[in-house]
Design a protein around this ligand. Structure first.
Ligand code: PEP
Ligand code: MG
Length: 585
C-alpha cells in the first residue's frame, strides 16, 4: 500500500468566507480534442450504436440539469434547455452522422464534430438572430455529446454533491449562478478577484471560494482531497490530521460568532452616538429573498437584474420580468427595493443578448450604454419595473452613468416607457424614485450636476475603483491596485458625498466595500447615508456600525484627506475597526 501523500499548501486570494473539505473536480471550459480513427466494416454498427448511446446520455444529463435548475431558479430559467433537447432530436443531424460513420468509416466523435461544424457555419452565416441562437445551442449540446463519446462525464458544474470542490481556470457569473450549497462545497480558480462577479455570487450563495491560484489546475487532479480556507485564501492538498483538527476548531469559532450576530437581527444600525445608517442587502436572484428577510437588513439596496438574463436563449419578456419584480417588491414591502436596470457586459456576458465582441468589454458597450443602444430591451424592462412598483416600494437606478446627456437620454426613455403604459391603460407608479450609480470617475467629478437630476446616488465602488486605478477588477495580477485606502478613493468619495448632500439627496454605497468591515470607519466618517452589502455580511456590518462613533470616524477621514499614504490610511481605519469589534476578524 502507498503511504499517505504529504500535505501541500497553496496560497490564493480569499473571496468568499467559509471552510470546505472535499474532492477536487476540475472544470474544463475549453473544447475537447477529438481523436480520429479509421474503422473496419465490422465496427460500423457498434459505432452507430455508440453515437446513439451518447445522444441518450446527453438527453438524460440535460433533463437532470433542467430539473435541478427549475427547482433552484424556476421553470422560466430551466426552459433554456428545451432548445438544447430539440437539437438532440434533430433528424437531419442524426441522419447525417449515421450516414457519415458508414460512408467515411470514421469514429463517431470525428464525424459528429465535422457535421456539427458545418451546421453551425450555415446557421451563423444567415442574418437572423433566432438562427444564430440555435447555432449557440448546437455548439453547447455538441460539446456535451462529444464528452459522452469520449467517456468524460461527470465534469460539468452541476450534477455533483456537496463533497466536491470545483477547481477551474475561471468561472463565469452564469456558471456560478447554477451552483448552490447542495451541489458544491466550494470553488477555487486561477483567475478572478474580490470584486469579480463570480466572487460576488459566491458570497451571495454562501459558498467558500478562493481565486488567483496560478497554475492550480495543473497541480491538482480529479478526486484529490483538499481543504479550502475562504478566510485566509489557503488551499491544503491532502490536509494532515493536525490541519483538519485546527480547522474544525476554527469552523466552530466562526459558527459561534455568527450565532452571536444573529441576536442583532432586530436591532437598529445606529452608531454609538445615534446616527442611523441605513443598512440594506444586495441580491442577484429572487432566491436570495429569504436571506434578506433573515439577515436584519432594511430592504434591498441593489438588485442586480442582469442575472435574470443568464443561462437562457432568449431575454425575459415584459410579463416575466413584471412577475419577478412584483414578487420581490411584495416580499420586501413596506421596505424598499432599489432595482437596478440591466448592467450587462464587462465580466457579465450572456448568450441571450446580442453583445458584440469588444476588445475592452469593461470600457465598452456595457450597462446603460447597451440599453441606450437597444431602447426596446431597455423600455421592456422599464415598463416591467414601473408596473411592479405599484405592488411595493420600488426605486429605480441606472448603472454606469458617465455624463449628464446620457442620464437625460435614459430619463427620456423612462418617460417614453410611461407613455406606452398610459396608452395601454396599464397601472404603473408615476413618481417612482430615480437614482443613479456613481461608478465612473467622470460622474464622480460632476456629481453636483447629476445630483440635480435624481433623488439618490449609490456608489459602485467595484467599478469606481477599477476605473479610478485603471485596473481591471477581475485581474488577479493587479488586484492589489484595488485599494480602497488609496487617498484618491477617499477624496473621490468625499466629492460625491458632499455634492449629494449639498443638493439635498442621500448617498449610499453598494459596491463590495460596503460589506468590508475594515473600511466601515472610513465610510461612516465620510457621511455615507446607506450601506448595501450581500445578505451574509449584513449582520457584521451592523455590529460594526453599532460599535463606532461618528467623531472617531471623522478623524480618520480628515487624516486621509490630507494626503496620507495608503498604508497609513489603512492602518487607521482597520486600527479603529479592530479596537471596536476585533472579535469579528
Ligand atoms: C459596483 O460596481 O460597485 C457595483 C455595485 O456594481 P457591479 O458590481 O454589479 O458592477
Ligand atoms: Mg458596477
Amino acid at each position: 500500500m502507498l503511504p499517505p501523500a504529504g500535505e501541500r499548501v497553496f496560497q490564493g486570494m480569499a473571496v468568499a468566507p467559509g471552510i470546505a473539505e472535499g474532492k477536487v473536480l476540475i472544470h474544463f471550459q475549453e473544447d475537447e480534442v477529438v481523436p480520429f480513427r479509421d474503422l473496419s466494416d465490422a465496427d460500423l454498427d457498434a459505432e452507430v450504436t455508440r453515437f446513439e448511446g451518447a445522444l441518450l446520455a446527453t438527453r438524460r444529463e440535460l433533463l437532470e440539469l433542467q430539473e435541478r435548475l427549475s427547482s433552484s431558479a424556476g421553470a422560466g430559467d430551466a426552459s433554456i434547455f428545451d432548445a438544447h433537447l430539440l437539437v438532440l432530436e434533430d433528424p437531419s443531424l442524426i441522419d447525417e452522422v449515421n450516414k457519415g460513420i458508414r460512408l467515411k468509416k470514421n469514429n463517431a466523435e470525428f464525424v459528429f464534430q465535422s457535421v456539427v461544424h458545418r451546421f453551425i457555419k450555415t446557421l451563423s452565416a444567415i442574418d437572423d438572430a433566432y438562427l444564430r441562437e440555435r447555432a449557440i445551442d448546437l455548439e453547447d449540446v455538441a460539446r456535451r455529446v462529444i464528452r459522452h463519446l469520449l467517456g468524460k462525464t461527470g465534469q460539468r458544474l452541476s450534477g455533483h454533491d456537496r463533497n466536491h470542490i470545483i477547481v477551474a481556470d475561471e468561472l463565469t457569473p452564469s456558471d456560478t449562478a447554477t451552483l448552490n450549497k447542495d451541489n458544491v462545497a466550494g470553488f477555487i480558480t486561477e483567475k478572478g478577484s474580490k470584486t469579480s462577479h463570480t466572487a460576488i455570487m459566491a458570497r451571495a450563495l454562501g459558498i467558500p471560494a478562493i481565486v488567483g491560484l496560478e497554475g492550480i489546475c495543473d497541480k491538482l487532479e480529479n478526486g484529490d482531497i483538499i481543504l479550502i480556507d475562504g478566510y485566509s485564501g489557503r488551499v491544503f492538498l491532502n490536509p494532515s490530521p493536525e490541519t483538519l483538527a485546527g480547522y474544525q476548531q476554527l469552523a466552530e469559532e466562526k459558527e459561534h460568532i455568527e450565532e452571536s450576530l444573529e441576536t442583532l437581527r432586530e436591532s437598529d444600525s445606529v452608531t454609538l452616538d445615534g446616527r442611523h445608517i441605513i443598512l440594506s442587502a444586495n441580491i442577484e436572484l429572487p432566491e436570495e429573498l429569504d436571506d434578506v428577510a433573515s439577515c436584519g437588513a432594511e430592504g434591498i439596496g441593489l438588485y442586480r437584474t442582469e442575472f435574470l438574463y443568464f443561462n437562457r436563449a432568449t431575454p425575459p419578456d415584459e410579463n416575466e420580468q413584471y412577475a419577478i419584480y412584483r414578487q420581490v417588491a411584495e416580499r420586501i414591502a413596506p421596505q424598499s427595493v432599489i432595482i437596478r436596470t440591466l448592467d450587462i457586459g464587462g465580466d457579465k456576458p450572456t448568450e441571450c443578448l446580442d453583445l458584440v465582441e469588444e476588445e475592452n468589454p469593461f470600457l465598452g458597450c456595457r450597462a446603460i450604454r447597451f440599453c441606450l443602444r437597444h431602447p426596446e430591451i431597455f423600455k421592456t424592462q422599464l415598463r416591467a419595473i414601473l408596473r411592479a412598483a405599484v405592488h411595493g416600494n420600488l426605486r429605480l437606478m441606472f448603472p454606469m452613468i458617465s455624463g449628464r446627456e446620457e442620464l437625460l437620454h435614459a430619463k427620456a426613455l423612462l418617460d417614453e416607457a410611461m407613455d406606452e403604459l398610459r396608452v395601454r391603460g396599464e397601472a404603473f407608479q408615476v413618481d417612482i424614485e430615480l437614482g443613479i450609480m456613481i461608478e465612473v470617475p467622470s460622474a464622480a467629478i460632476i456629481a453636483d450636476l447629476l445630483a440635480k437630476e435624481v433623488k439618490f446616488f449609490s456608489i459602485g465602488t467595484n467599478d469606481l475603483l477599477q476605473y479610478l486605478m485603471a485596473a481591471d477588477r477581475g485581474n488577479e495580477r493587479i488586484a492589489h491596485l484595488h485599494d480602497p485606502a488609496h487617498p484618491a478613493v477617499t477624496r473621490t468619495l468625499k466629492t460625491i458625498v458632499d455634492a449629494a448632500h449639498a443638493a439635498g439627496i442621500w448617498v449610499g454605497v453598494c459596491g463590495e466595500l460596503a460589506g468590508d468591515i475594515e473600511f466601515t470607519p472610513l465610510l461612516v466618517g465620510l457621511g455615507i447615508d446607506e450601506l448595501s452589502a450581500s445578505a451574509a455580511l449584513v449582520p457584521r456590518v451592523k455590529k460594526a456600525i453599532r460599535s463606532l462613533d461618528v467623531a472617531a470616524c471623522e478623524a480618520i477621514v480628515n487624516h486621509a484627506l490630507s494626503g496620507e499614504r495608503a498604508v497609513e490610511i489603512y492602518a487607521r481605519t482597520t486600527g479603529l475597526a479592530r479596537t471596536r469589534y476585533g472579535d469579528l476578524f
